[in-house]
Design a protein around this ligand. Structure first.
Ligand SMILES: C[S@@+](CC[C@H](N)C(=O)[O-])C[C@H]1O[C@@H](n2cnc3c(N)ncnc32)[C@H](O)[C@@H]1O
Length: 251
């Protein structure tokens, strides 16, 4: 279905009837040959926008999959890069694919993004292509987890694409995909949560603020603008504030 090296329709169907974790375990060896892997142009553009905010020491790729984002982090972080994902299969593939000859130390950790197994050990957290796996009601917990693993002053960054308008075929494809997933999840256990249209920028910004982040939005210029002048792609950069200096309340 995605060319000779990608998964076939039958394989995709079996994966879609599994849990998210097991579905990705099955898909892992062929994942990089699907459109679900974040394209290099998105990774490059994100890295370009983040570089002036560095230097960074320790980076985390949240829901790293086969390590597309972690590989991009190796050019931004000086000391360490960690990929975290709950699919052992995806981590195995990442371990074999991302092996920089030099640069920061790279580690792969199996863990759930909703209960991260880290202390405040990072100054940069990125995530690519995974937010559709979280229900809107899970965002507060997810963002609280990211906040807790960032050092004060650390940043949480991720690209968001503007949704296609109803005049474009893409709008109807995403609507159709989400509708099929909702029917599938009403009829079949375990659920496979993946909804393209549930992750809305307005809700995301509100929940980031609620989790204690200060938030900036940057246009990613490589992707151009829509007819109404708004950017096609933006980078959300959320910052965990530094604690107020002692005595600053009185000064
Ligand atoms: C579409 S893939 C994206 C992979 C990679 N970030 C990329 O852009 O190519 C989504 C990844 O999120 C992971 N994932 C989904 N829910 C997760 C969770 N609750 N905790 C950890 N990983 C999760 C899946 O295992 C999968 O590897």
């Amino acid at each position: 279905m995605f060319g000779p090296e990608g998964p076939g329709l039958r394989e995709l169907a079996v994966q879609a009837l599994s849990s998210v974790e097991h579905g990705y375990d099955l898909l892992a060896p062929k994942f990089d040959h699907t459109p679900f892997r974040t394209p290099d142009e998105v990774l490059r553009s994100t890295a370009r926008a983040l570089a002036p905010l560095g230097p960074f020491e320790d980076g985390l790729d949240l829901c790293c999959g086969t390590g597309a984002g972690a590989a991009a982090l190796t050019g931004l972080c000086r000391r360490s890069v960690t990929g975290v994902d709950f699919s052992a299969g995806m981590l195995d593939t990442a371990r074999h694919r991302v092996r920089p000859a030099d640069g920061p130390e790279v580690a792969w950790v199996r863990g759930d993004a909703r209960a991260l197994p880290f202390t405040a050990a990072f100054d940069l957290v990125v995530s690519f292509g995974a937010f559709g796996h979280f229900l809107p009601r899970e965002l507060p917990g997810l963002f609280a987890q990211v906040h807790s693993v960032l050092r004060p002053g650390g940043r949480f960054a991720f690209p968001v694409l503007a949704p296609p308008p109803p005049s474009r075929a893409g709008f109807w494809m995403l609507l159709g995909f989400d509708a099929v997933m909702r029917v599938r999840n009403a009829l079949w256990r375990p659920p496979f949560v993946m909804y393209y249209r549930a992750f809305r920028l307005g809700d995301v910004l509100r929940e980031l603020h609620r989790a204690g982040f200060g938030v900036d939005l940057q246009a990613l210029p490589e992707f151009g603008r829509r007819g109404d002048g708004s950017p096609r792609a933006r980078l959300v950069v959320a910052r965990r504030p530094q604690p107020a200096a002692a005595g600053s309340m009185n000064s």
